[in-house]
Ligand binder design. Structure first.
Ligand SMILES: Cc1cc2nc3c(=O)[nH]c(=O)nc-3n(C[C@H](O)[C@H](O)[C@H](O)COP(=O)(O)OP(=O)(O)OC[C@H]3O[C@@H](n4cnc5c(N)ncnc54)[C@H](O)[C@@H]3O)c2cc1C
Length: 412
């Protein structure tokens, strides 16, 4: 939609092909229906959240950065607001409003929108691209001077992202990097069913591959019926999934008290124990962690829940202290594409020009959005990738057709 809009606003005649019955099916479910459409982080922080090929993305981002995106949507008639973590949402809290204003722009610039229209194949003939379509079940052909492939990744295939763009790219000789479901929950070896629904706030999560820490983050996570999820886990999954796919098991370590040094924690535990010598350890631990976690905690530390605090040996106390900083689980697998927020990997950026998103192999062919080997953490960064690359590809395609060089900024 952004690519079609920017090409049309730059004076091109544009046709948008969408196989679904409506536009923006995935956009509709973003941000739990509220659409976290960008993030106002300063450039350095912003790029720390781009997980793959941030350097490649910089040029497209310069063409349309978070501030410009904010302004563009507000000028389109969508009031926005900034929330915790600099995440930006429509003031209405409705993702449907994002789709609505984009559709309005598409109509304003006379973009022809063909719904129920699946692109099956794209080839290049002497002077034009030929697209083989299936429109409401009937085969059809379309010719174009330039094509932007913005077919998304593989996650949530029910929204239409079924990886068709990878096939089109390969047919033009483009290589793909391995693709994985990312921003996804992790499954544990341990049975954590009784922890299901438990949310841990202000904890540090570390992921270990043997002796190497591959992820560390502070924030919120939660237990599911088979494992762990929540913001920290989704972020961690980016590093975990490629290893898990190779059969490598990882260790998830939770520091329940990251703000306290071991000596401070020892003093805190002693305070909790003073005057409670006859209380069971499980009762005293309730003041240090959510009640539903106590049983698993004691299982891991090997301390009997019935043991009274006064009867704890020095070694058992040490084990409790260690457990508070190092609660461990074995990660065996990640969730599937059906629940992954994004696809990691995709069309290799090596054969794409960063300033235009044009194929280095096939002039006139462009890529935008998640189909590319670009991905980011949660917080509005993935949609910013889609906006910036879509905007860049649309401008560049229009300029190629008009024989111009620079990407024109669009005034509303
Ligand atoms: C549950 C969920 C929540 C999310 N929340 C956020 C969020 O709040 N903030 C954020 O930044 N990111 C979020 N994301 C990620 C974000 O939605 C994607 O990164 C973004 O939508 C990618 O945009 P895209 O245009 O590249 O692909 P898509 O949005 O997947 O769009 C691709 C379109 O191409 C169409 N298509 C595919 N193949 C064909 C074909 N052969 N012919 C015709 N049409 C075709 C599809 O039907 C689809 O409409 C979320 C993702 C999910 C799954």
């Amino acid at each position: 939609m952004m690519a079609a809009y920017s090409a049309a606003a730059n004076g091109c005649s544009v046709t948008l092909l969408e196989k679904n019955e409506k536009l923006g099916k995935k956009l509709y479910i973003t941000g739990k229906g509220r659409c976290n459409l960008t993030n106002m982080a300063e450039p350095q922080d912003f790029f720390e959240n781009i997980c793959s090929n941030g350097r490649f993305f910089r040029t497209a981002y310069r063409n349309l950065d978070n501030t410009e995106t904010f302004r563009l949507f507000e000028n389109m008639g969508l009031p926005l607001k900034e929330e915790r973590g600099k995440r930006v949402f429509p003031r209405s809290d409705k993702s449907s409003d994002v789709i609505r204003v984009l559709e309005r722009q598409l109509h304003k610039y006379h973009v022809e929108i063909l719904l129920h229209t699946q692109v099956r194949q794209i080839r290049k003939e002497e002077n034009a691209f030929v697209l083989e379509l299936l429109q409401e079940g009937r085969p059809k052909q379309l010719e174009a001077q330039a094509v932007v492939i913005a077919t998304g990744g593989l996650s949530y295939p029910s929204t239409g992202s079924t990886g068709d763009g990878y096939r089109f790219a390969e047919s033009f000789g483009h290589s793909l990097t391995p693709r994985y479901p990312s921003l996804v929950s992790l499954q544990l070896k341990e049975n954590v069913k009784e922890l299901q629904g438990l949310s841990l706030r202000n904890v540090t999560l570390r992921i270990w591959n043997e002796q190497k820490c591959i992820y560390e983050g502070f924030g919120e996570m939660l237990f599911t019926d088979k494992g762990i999820s929540g913001p920290l886990v989704l972020s961690a999954s980016t590093q975990c999934v490629p290893l898990l796919e190779h059969g490598i098991r990882l260790q998830a370590e939770i520091d329940l008290k990251p703000a306290l040094e071991l000596s401070q924690l020892r003093a805190r535990l002693q305070r909790e124990c003073t005057g409670n010598a006859n209380k069971q350890s499980k009762t005293v631990l309730h003041s240090l962690m959510p009640a539903s976690l106590v049983r698993e905690f004691l299982r891991q530390t090997g301390v009997s829940e019935k043991k009274t605090v006064g009867a704890l040996s020095a070694e058992e106390t040490d084990r409790l202290l260690y457990g508070l900083k190092h609660l461990r689980f074995t990660v065996t697998a990640a969730g599937s594409y059906a629940e992954a927020v994004i696809t990691k990997g995709g069309v290799s950026i090596r054969q794409v020009t960063p300033g235009t998103m044009e194929s280095k192999r096939v002039p006139g062919l462009y890529f935008a959005g998640e189909v590319l080997d670009l991905d980011a953490r949660t917080g509005g960064f993935n949609l910013q990738i889609a906006w910036s690359t879509g905007y860049t590809a649309g401008c560049a395609a229009a300029n190629r057709i008009k024989g111009e060089q620079a990407c024109t900024s669009i005034s509303q």
